[in-house]
Design a protein around this ligand. Structure first.
Ligand code: C5P
Length: 412
């Protein structure tokens, strides 16, 4: 497990730090969980308007960038960015969002960069994957947001929040969430990020069970468009709006646990995902029976989630699932055994007083849960991880981050 130490706000460095690696910029890229996901309608541009409450998790990938010094070569810098991949289920490098994020960030800052007309130098990026890919956990999008932030720091370059959010939206619908990277209400196709306060008190723990079936978000939305959708069209939206409103006024973590059943059924893509991966139906059913808890789905799936009052409880559940998988008590699905992880919701810098009002019981429990090493080696990120754009903090409480230069407002 990597040990990380915080060097200064927003910057986390691998420890021990070799002398020749002093200019490595390290960012942690958290996974996300959709607590709710309502699909409002199909937009004219083919995307779907959403309403979702999303939270970042302590399960993280790690993105590192360092400048490559090649001043004498006039060739395109974009082609000379490199990416080294390691860790869990390494995807191919060619279309990796990390490289796209660096390229788009470079294009966005090129004209105002002090070295112009020369472009910001090429970067060597490293990506350590712990978050399963194509699983509904936003891993690739989070990597992209972290790579963008790290690249800006490596170049000592700046972007306005609006410009940064526009670049993020161009990279993918989930990327703007990861620039702000706190609990948020998401709307539009994902580009409108309304930060929400962290849950008060003890943060719920989360068990993730991700069958090893890569699910294409595009295919799931296509299935939704073809009619694989819930009978009660507005039920998820109502739950999602109520959750966002309650979190805005300071919902406690324990209160979130009490509504686990309605949250678990408030993902409008459930039907569409099982239309794409029919074996998920028996798997989810067996998992719910095994854990005796409502099982939700993050994003377009296939990751299943259940909520627990403590990381200890989630870890116990993880062992139950792992034992059941080894004993063949859960239906086979995908290639190999599913990914199983116990983690917690990632909280951030105080938004108002919502995350400082902690009662005594919560404090004790939080202290007990302070060990964040999980079955899958999720690490404790610096509290600012993924949260700052160089020189511009994405303010929590900001409403409707305006990306009007890239997306039409009526698309919400
Ligand atoms: O934006 P991103 O590349 O992550 O989206 C992948 C695909 O998922 C899109 O091409 C689109 O088909 C679908 N999608 C959608 N509505 C959204 C987000 C994604 O239809 N809000």
């Amino acid at each position: 497990m990597t040990t990380l130490r915080k060097t200064r706000p927003g910057r986390v460095a691998a420890s021990p730090k070799p002398a020749d690696e002093s200019n490595r910029i390290v960012r942690e890229a958290p996974a996300k969980l959709n607590l709710t996901l309502a699909v409002i309608r199909r937009r004219a541009d083919g995307y779907h308007a959403l309403h979702s409450v999303m939270v970042p998790l302590k399960l993280v990938d790690t993105v590192t960038v360092s400048p490559i010094e090649t001043p004498s070569e006039p060739a395109s810098t974009e082609r000379r960015d490199s990416l080294a991949l390691s860790g869990f289920e390494v995807p191919g490098t060619a279309d990796n969002l990390v490289l796209r994020a660096i390229a788009l960030a470079r294009a966005a800052v090129a004209s105002t960069w002090p070295g112009a007309p020369a472009e910001p130098p090429p970067l060597a990026a490293e990506l350590l994957k712990r978050v399963p890919v194509a699983a509904g956990l936003g891993g690739g999008s989070s990597d992209a947001a972290s790579a963008m932030d790290a690249a800006l720091e490596a170049w000592d370059a700046r972007l306005s929040i609006d410009r940064a959010m526009a670049v993020a939206a161009a990279l993918g619908s989930d990327v703007p969430f990861f620039l702000a990277c706190g609990a948020a209400r998401i709307s539009g196709r994902g580009e409108f990020v309304d930060p929400l306060p962290d849950l008060k008190g003890r943060q719920p723990a989360v068990l993730l069970v991700a069958p090893r079936v890569a699910v294409s978000t595009r295919e799931v939305f296509q299935a939704f468009s073809r009619g694989a959708r819930p009978i009660h069209a507005e039920a998820a939206q109502e739950v999602s709006e109520r959750l966002a409103a309650d979190m805005a006024s300071g919902l406690r973590g324990v209160a979130l646990l009490e509504r686990a059943a309605e949250l678990a059924s408030s993902n409008d893509l459930l039907h569409a995902t099982v239309a794409v991966v029919p074996t998920l139906v028996p798997f989810r059913r067996a998992l719910a029976r095994l854990l005796a808890l409502p099982v939700g789905q993050s994003g377009s799936g296939p990751t299943c989630w259940t909520l627990y009052p403590s990381l200890t409880a989630a870890r116990k559940a993880a062992r139950v699932v792992e034992d059941a998988l080894l004993a063949g008590m859960l239906p086979e699905i995908g290639h190999g055994l599913p990914f199983v992880a116990a983690t917690t919701i990632l909280t951030g810098p105080a938004a108002g007083t919502a995350d400082t009002d902690t009662n005594a019981a919560d404090k004790t429990a939080s202290a007990a849960d302070n060990d964040t090493s999980t079955a899958n080696e999720a690490v404790e990120p610096g509290r600012d991880a993924g949260r700052s754009i160089r020189g511009h903090r994405v303010p929590r409480g900001r409403h409707n981050v305006d990306v009007s230069d890239s997306v039409e407002h009526d698309g919400r």
